[in-house]
Design a protein around this ligand. Sequence first.
Ligand SMILES: [Zn+2]
Length: 272
Amino acid sequence: MNGIPFRSLRSSAHLARRAPSATKPTFRHCNTASTPQSTTTPTTTIDLPDLSRFNKNKMPSKQINAADFPLLQTCLTDNKEWAERVSHENPGFFANSAKGQSPFLLWIGCADSRVPESVVLGRKPGEIFVHRNIANQFHHNDDSANAVLMYAVGNLGVQHVAVVGHTACGGCLAAHGAPKPDENATESSALSRFLDPLIKLRHSLPEDASIDDLIVANVKKTVKTVCESDVIQANWKKAKETGTQPVYVHGWLKDLSTGLIKDLECSEGPDF
Ligand SMILES: [Zn+2]
């Protein structure tokens, strides 16, 4: 895709490599001497079951009551208490929130339940626009991701996009151990198709690349892919022509063992 070249906002960072080792994998960050270490060994990954046999006969559904499930009822009760607490501490918050939103950040993160963007950044509702999927990917042919980016940049005027990976990512774990995608495969699932680019990225890395290397490489690749999108390219061209503020794209990584988010220092902006 042609367009405005992009430049790193900081010094260029390189993927940390780890020598082959029989020891437990530890997380390696790029371009930093103070490297947080993952203290947990990844134990879960994502299964890629063959779902084709389930597609033949659809199972009928029936109406049920969410209230019959105690855990869900507890969630609704907690929501009521939360809304009452917010209203008490900040009268008018929800009335103002209902009028519109002006988030400053688009978060492109993993769907993993341990990385809830507003919670981990300590932000209120209305501050972060969100797109989350398996392993925080951005594909040019993904209408959902592109529509979110278009709306966030074009309509809401976000100033920053943060691509956020995390340690022990199940999507990266699955991709790390997967063979090269079979281009001639006749059957595939949505999950396996979505992971294909991540599996190809894994096979573009050295054979001894660790899962943590793949997690960092995936964030950096996604930052580049977002910068190459039509939406960001159009934003940068408009910024150059009109002098408006361009959107900047950043790469972060959350360490599940500490709760801390690390800036991978691979931020990009337009080169003008
Ligand atoms: Zn993940």
